[in-house]
Ligand binder design. Structure first.
Ligand SMILES: C[S@@+](CC[C@H](N)C(=O)[O-])C[C@H]1O[C@@H](n2cnc3c(N)ncnc32)[C@H](O)[C@@H]1O
Length: 287
């Protein structure tokens, strides 16, 4: 007998695709063009099987019901793209150290506050923590506080667990791995997984947050990373979000977007482009 997982993936009909893309846009600002229908079909089918629905029609009807029994975050979990890595766009972390961390060390600043918005499995906020730690050697260490938020429950659980397969560290220097990761070896065999060390984890606080809903956190932040998140949002959603981020950055603080992103259409007079994908809130701009 064939397992359900072996059955060919059904493709969403126009109506079903419209239902799911309308939910994704309304709740999370996700833009799902028709070109993504194959991918969305595969992911919706996975959810259908996981929740025990007999057809995509039944699943879509239940998800769209005013008092749906399905937590919408279960749909978000399968629709969202969580691709990330340690030191992704390494230049961004050099800029963070040069412009924010090192001056804070030199000036004896008491606290540095960073936000990784759309933090995925934690590689981004842990890289911030590692980069800051590496910059401290021999100097004064400001109290580092890193807020890391995402809307995917499963990915946040992985981020908090902070254990990664050895393949996730393949581009890192051995010395850096030794300083900031602990091999998890079983019976003396070569470690297949590495745990982030306590000193890297300590400054990071994870929280569930839908970027489209009101935020309760208080600024100002010295730097905010929102990389490879807004690419999935439509123009007006992105524009409104950039406004809200900038309000929470201190004058002189930095805003980082993903390697393939620009703020061209959302650039505001109080932001200047420092270098590719990095923006500074102008000194003198209101917090
Ligand atoms: C492609 S990952 C980027 C991870 C990391 N910032 C990086 O650049 O490596 C995008 C993340 O944004 C999160 N995300 C997407 N829409 C969101 C929303 N409306 N609110 C909060 N997080 C969201 C996803 O769950 C996902 O983990």
């Amino acid at each position: 007998m064939k397992d359900a997982a072996d059955k060919p993936t059904p493709t969403l009909t126009d109506r079903q695709f419209h239902t799911l893309s309308a939910i994704a846009r309304r709740r999370w600002g996700l833009d799902m063009p028709n070109a993504k229908r194959g991918l969305v079909s595969a992911r919706a089918s996975r959810l259908m099987r996981r929740l025990g629905y007999a057809s995509l029609d039944q699943l879509c009807e239940e998800l769209d019901a005013p008092e749906s029994s399905i937590d919408p975050l279960q749909l978000f979990d399968v629709l969202s793209t969580n691709h990330t890595s340690f030191f992704r766009e390494p230049e961004h972390f050099r800029v963070l150290v040069r412009e924010i961390i090192q001056p804070a060390v030199d000036q004896g600043k008491r606290e540095v506050k960073l936000w990784s918005a759309g933090c995925s499995n934690g590689a981004e906020p842990y890289t911030m923590s590692i980069a800051a730690r590496e910059a401290e050697v021999g100097g004064h260490a400001p109290n580092l506080r890193i807020l890391a938020t995402d809307l995917s429950l499963s990915i946040l659980a992985r981020a908090k667990r902070a254990v990664y397969p050895v393949t996730a560290l393949k581009d890192l220097e051995p010395g850096l791995i030794a300083r900031h990761f602990q091999p998890e070896s079983v019976n003396g065999a070569d470690a297949r997984e590495y745990a982030v060390r306590e000193h890297v984890k300590a400054p990071v606080t994870f929280a569930l947050l839908n970027l489209l809903e009101p935020w309760s956190m208080r600024g100002p932040f010295d730097a905010i990373f929102c990389r490879n998140v807004m690419i999935y949002f439509d123009g007006p959603t992105k524009h409104a979000l950039v406004d809200r981020f900038v309000q929470l950055i201190r004058p002189g603080g930095l805003f980082f977007v993903g390697g393939s992103e620009t703020l061209n259409n959302s650039l505001r007079p109080d932001l200047e482009n420092v270098q590719a994908n990095v923006y500074r809130k102008r000194l003198g701009a209101k917090t």
